[in-house]
Design a protein around this ligand. Structure first.
Ligand code: NAD
Ligand code: ZN
Ligand code: ZN
Length: 344
């Protein structure tokens, strides 16, 4: 079968590999759709030794059941499924509570992160990672598993703060951000302020339910402040899907006293937080910061339910598997609006 593999740091190749066989407790899926996440670019850019090579990428997976491994039952041939991508140990305190995204033993285990992913004609996954699509189009379902799940989980962490009359700033309206805007609109009454460098992303944000859009740049803080009011008022929650120095600087200058900074992007910027005696603190007092990771399986079921209700729909650009390398290049160049989805 064909597979898109990370063969060396920075190198993504379309290769021929044997079709895998499902072992005990596993299922072979025929791939139907795979989302191209910006994290795959971070994986590509990572130094040697951080991720296994060769490894098939692709952690946003929807497929059809093709073969059940020994001991697996309950799935019918051809059934359309979404894959919960996290591979926790299943035994630690966090996993036992259903929080595999906080696993104490396997910190970032995942299909397409620590073992072969879905950018191929077939993939083998543990059977307990499958969720039924319930009639959803697999091209729509694939982005739900990360671009939908990660913001859903991030928003859940501060749902109690997102009351009527509050403001939530969403920075970075790409694959995750455009889903975040819809999830906020569907599940909260907060005022949504979308921020991006790209006009196309801001137009998308408006269509997805953002109340206000602000161009990222030197005037952004002042424009957001006009909407939220002056300190100690501000945005109760800031979701940063970029997390470079510039977006973190915006985030800390617009968050309210007692607000929440939710840092999802892997941009690697620095956020000073500790107060000094010399001047005003770098973040307002009582500000919290959280670094969410992906989400739980139960939350993915809720994300799928939102989509089935028609309240969450990914904006997708589809590509054949043979054009995967080009799709990632377009993602890097900022030419993807919403999510790129590879359709093997
Ligand atoms: P994306 O490329 O689809 O979207 C990024 C968006 O940010 C684009 O719209 C881009 O125009 C915008 N942007 C870039 N620089 C900006 C700036 N300085 N100011 C404002 N906007 C800016 O990426 P994605 O797939 O949505 O992923 C977003 C980030 O989240 C990535 O860093 C990814 O690795 C990370 N991620 C984290 C998790 C997690 O569990 N924590 C899960 C998935 C992805
Ligand atoms: Zn991802
Ligand atoms: Zn665990």
């Amino acid at each position: 079968m064909r597979a898109i593999q990370l063969t060396a740091p920075g190198t993504l190749e379309l290769v021929e590999v044997p079709t895998p066989t499902p072992g005990p407790g596993e299922v072979l899926l025929a791939m139907a759709a795979v989302g191209a996440c910006h994290s795959d670019l971070h994986i590509l850019d990572a130094p040697a030794g951080v991720f296994p090579t060769p490894m098939t990428l692709g952690h946003e997976i929807a497929g059809r059941v093709a073969q059940l491994g020994p001991g697996v039952s309950g799935w019918s041939d051809g059934e359309a499924v979404a894959v919960y991508g996290i591979l926790g140990c299943g035994r630690c305190r966090a996993c036992l509570r259903g929080r595999e995204n906080q696993c104490r033993t396997v910190p970032v285990g995942g299909i397409g992160l620590s073992r072969d992913g879905g950018l191929a004609d077939h993939v083998v996954v543990p059977a307990d990672r499958l969720l039924p699509l319930g009639g959803l189009d697999p091209v729509q379902a694939a982005p739900l598993t990360d671009a939908g799940l990660t913001p859903y989980h991030a928003i859940s962490l501060s749902r109690d703060a997102l009351r009527p009359g509050t403001c939530c700033v969403v920075i970075g309206i790409g694959g995750l951000g455009h889903m975040a805007v819809q999830i906020l609109a569907a599940t909260t009454a907060t005022t949504i302020i979308a921020v991006d460098t790209s006009d196309a992303a801001l137009r998308l944000a408006k269509r997805m339910g953002a109340h206000h859009t602000v161009q990222a740049g030197p005037a952004a803080v002042e424009q957001i402040r006009e909407l939220t009011g002056p300190a100690p008022d501000g945005a109760e929650v800031v979701l940063d899907f970029v997390c470079v120095d510039a977006t973190l600087a915006t985030a800390r200058q617009v968050v309210s006293t007692g607000g929440q900074l939710t840092l999802v992007g892997l941009g690697g910027g620095t956020l000073p937080m500790t107060p000094t005696a010399e001047g005003p603190p770098p973040v307002p007092l009582e500000t919290g910061a959280v670094i969410p990771f992906w989400g739980t399986r139960a939350e993915l079921a809720e994300v799928i339910a939102l989509a089935r209700q028609g309240l969450l729909r990914a904006e997708v650009q589809t590509f054949p598997l043979s054009e995967t390398v080009q799709a990632y290049q377009q993602l890097r160049d900022g030419q993807i609006h919403g999510r790129a989805v590879l359709v093997p």
